[in-house]
Design a protein around this ligand. Structure first.
Ligand SMILES: [Zn+2]
Length: 422
């Protein structure tokens, strides 16, 4: 059995808006599974080695629930364009390069390292349409100690001829990719239609059948931008609302992630709640591409599940500290636009969405709950520079907003320490 005991100031998010803080505590994991958080070390561990992080914060690591791996080299590029024009001008030409698996290897190894160093240990991630490069992505993530899901993108109705697949190719490559993916333990396949405009009905129905047959999770985009929504309604005469283009084809389940949902009205939000679909809110991206500001408070009030994503590269970085701050600021914009009727997100609430809300998707409980896989990061938050002594919750608040350089000292995922700062 492997034993890991971390000592320090432990802060976790057990419920929306709540933080549990223990000033000098012990976090214990056996074989990569959390046993508990303790004020004093239980006697059975008395002789065990303790990693002493006294003075540091021990926090839950991040789950980035929406990002595009192939777009990593173009972070911050072309963000003065609206979604549909931007896709054709920037991501599509870059994604076409992933026919080259050496190029994919170079990008994805760097991306995996960068994610880990920023405290992200779990992802739901888009690849490109290329099967071989998707396998490279899965390999590199798994090697780095990241867990979660990755998806070969399906797009048989492309806007450009140099990045497209026929319906038959898309079906065949997806089946082969599912077969090839069996060799991975910690990164599992996720069905990934790019979005309704990129996929024919025939392909969507085929993917829906796979979801049912193999009990697979789904990720895609929903109601991000006005031109996108108009396109979907024109392409799908059988659908009155965008969400139905997924629901009617078997892609709308309690294991479905939908990124953005900026313009989801009450009816669409009700459909998400009723079917257990999870919204992935990407505040940075929604502003970068001038898509809008998602009604996250309404979603939470209505019982819709919400997580956060960096949306590399509609989002301009992969640092989830930024995504937390973006979520807070987006909610403040809604607050101001609603004549202050809608409450904005507190730091504790946005933090919960980044570190605990995703746990349900992975079959776990919020916080550092016993039975959860260990996902933790150690933060050096410059305590000596505080204006006066701060309690643990204030320290977390300050760390979220400061996004201080090189503050993460170590990252743990399961049994492994996957990052240690020099
Ligand atoms: Zn996206």
């Amino acid at each position: 059995m492997s034993l890991r005991i971390l000592r320090g100031t432990i802060v976790s998010a057990p419920a929306l808006g709540e933080l549990d803080a223990l000033e000098d505590g012990f976090l214990v994991a056996e074989d990569g599974v959390i046993q508990g958080v303790y004020e004093t070390l239980p006697p059975q561990y008395a002789a065990a080695e303790v990693e002493d992080w006294s003075g540091h914060l021990i926090l839950q690591s991040f789950s980035d629930m929406h990002l595009h791996a192939p777009q990593y080299p173009m972070l911050g590029m072309g963000l003065d364009m609206p979604l549909m024009d931007w896709l054709v001008a920037y991501p599509f030409p870059l994604e076409a390069k992933y026919t080259d698996t050496d190029f994919a290897r170079r990008v994805y190894s760097k991306l995996a390292k960068d994610l880990v160093e920023r405290g992200t240990t779990r992802v739901c991630i888009f690849s490109s349409l290329h099967r071989e490069s998707t396998l490279v992505l899965m390999e590199e993530l798994e090697k780095a100690g990241i867990i979660g899901y990755a998806g070969k993108v399906n797009m048989d109705r492309s806007m450009v001829d140099y990045l497209s697949e026929t319906t038959e190719e898309s079906k065949r490559e997806t089946l082969q990719w599912l077969e090839d993916s069996k060799r991975f333990t910690n990164i599992r396949p996720m069905i990934t239609p790019r979005f309704t405009p990129s996929c024919t009905d025939e392909l969507m129905y085929f993917l829906g059948d796979l979801v049912k047959k193999y009990d697979l999770p789904v990720q895609s985009h929903l109601s991000e931008n006005d031109a996108e929504i108009e396109t979907v309604l024109a392409l799908c005469p059988d659908c009155e609302h965008y969400w139905e283009s997924y629901a009617k084809r078997g892609l709308w389940t309690d294991r479905t992630l939908m990124a953005h949902c900026v313009w989801s009205n009450e009816q669409e939000r009700r459909a998400m709640k009723d079917h257990g679909v999870t919204v992935v809110h990407c505040g940075d991206s929604n502003w970068d591409l001038c898509s809008g500001t998602a009604p996250v408070r309404d979603m939470l009030n209505e019982g819709v599940k919400v997580c956060l994503g960096s949306d590399c590269a509609g989002g301009d970085n992969i640092d989830m500290f930024h995504s937390v701050v973006a979520a807070i600021r987006a909610s403040k914009v809604r607050h101001l636009m609603d004549n202050k009727q809608t409450a904005f997100l507190t730091v504790a609430e946005a933090w919960y969405l980044a570190v605990s809300a995703p746990n349900e998707f992975f079959g776990e409980k919020p916080g550092f709950a016993p039975g959860n896989r260990l996902g933790a990061m150690i933060l050096a938050d410059d305590e000596e520079l505080a204006p006066y002594p701060l309690d643990a919750k204030k320290r977390l608040e300050r760390a979220v907003y400061r996004r201080q350089k090189n503050c993460i000292r170590a990252v743990y995922s399961g049994e492994k320490k996957i990052f240690a700062a020099e």
